[in-house]
Design a protein around this ligand. Structure first.
Ligand code: NAD
Length: 282
């Protein structure tokens, strides 16, 4: 069994981005610049934003964080997005989700200029991905694909199962795998007999948000498992720990390759955000 080291693959990609940024700057261009919009005080969002800002800094990408109060009116948030859309000093715009209830996330995302939509959530970018056209690809599934390619040089013809159909992970993941000519099945909360679907798959991407729901005994021997899930559970010792959507210890007995949680998909998401920001600047 091979452990897919997301930390190492992400570090490599981050170094590549940093190298390309340095080259741009040496050629006389300003560094790529990302605007991060954070609404409210959600502790998880604060951590994510801090990590993204720090990763930008390490890659030589400029970032600017706009903090808005939790009770900000949607109109004010839309005004800020509009301002950033036309700001020539800003290449990428990221609005950290979730947003408070008075701000409609779909409306806010649609307000971002598709050319600055480094999260790849705008309908234009989602549509381009669905059509197999170039555009900004959401960072988590883009990272998953990179990890898969460290195991499989060629994905064509492989049976891939994506568990979950969210707009930020499952759907774009399925679209990417279709473009790679895999044979793709998407499972979701209404799917019947998930174990049978899993048992057919050469590749399983689990993005459900339920701790260890995919059991090792369901897997086809030798399958490649990408575990997107991040679930906080309390261990037998009473301490909190993070687990994925796949029962790791069981799955590691059967899989050919598997990502750990943490240290698998998580680090790739930020690395792909840096890459998207570099591309937005280019
Ligand atoms: P989501 O809640 O938006 O979607 C979950 C999906 O799982 C839904 O499409 C639902 O239909 C499906 N589902 C629910 N129960 C199911 C079942 N019994 N069988 C099959 N499918 C079922 O979640 P999301 O935003 O896609 O995130 C999924 C997980 O990935 C979460 O744990 C989240 O924390 C994690 N995540 C990690 C990263 C990262 O960077 N590593 C990024 C995004 C999300």
């Amino acid at each position: 069994m091979r452990l897919i080291d997301g930390k190492a693959v992400a570090a490599e990609l981050r170094a590549e981005v940093a190298g390309a940024v340095a080259k741009r700057v040496a050629a006389g261009c300003r560094p790529p610049a990302l605007a991060v919009v954070l609404v409210g005080e959600d502790p998880a969002s604060q951590v994510y934003v801090r990590n993204k800002v720090q990763a930008c800094q390490e890659a030589g990408i400029r970032s600017r964080t706009h903090r808005l109060p939790a009770d900000v009116a949607e109109a004010a948030l839309l005004d800020l997005v509009q301002e950033l859309n036309t700001d020539p000093e800003i290449d990428g715009i990221l609005v950290q989700l979730p947003l408070p209830p008075q701000c409609n996330a779909a409306r806010v995302i649609e307000a971002i200029h598709p050319g600055k939509d480094v999260d790849g959530f705008h309908p234009v970018n989602a549509g381009r991905l669905a059509l197999g056209l170039p555009g900004f690809v959401p960072c988590t599934p883009a990272g998953c694909l990179r990890l898969l390619k460290t195991v499989h040089a060629e994905l064509a013809g492989l049976e891939a199962l994506v568990i979950g159909r969210s707009t930020i992970v499952g759907r774009p993941m399925a679209a990417l795998l279709v473009s790679e000519s895999a044979t793709v099945t998407v499972a979701h909360s209404k799917s019947r007999d998930l174990p049978a679907l899993v048992s057919r798959a050469d590749i399983v991407v689990a993005a459900v948000g339920q701790a260890e729901m995919v059991r090792g005994g369901w897997l086809k021997p030798g399958a490649t498992v990408i575990d997107v899930g991040i679930n906080r559970v309390t261990g037998a010792n009473g301490k909190a720990r993070l687990v994925g959507d796949v029962a790791f210890a069981e799955a590691a007995e059967v899989a050919g390759a598997i990502t750990p949680v943490p240290g698998g998909v998580g680090p790739m998401t930020i690395a792909c955000l840096l890459l998207n920001t570099l591309r937005a600047a280019a």
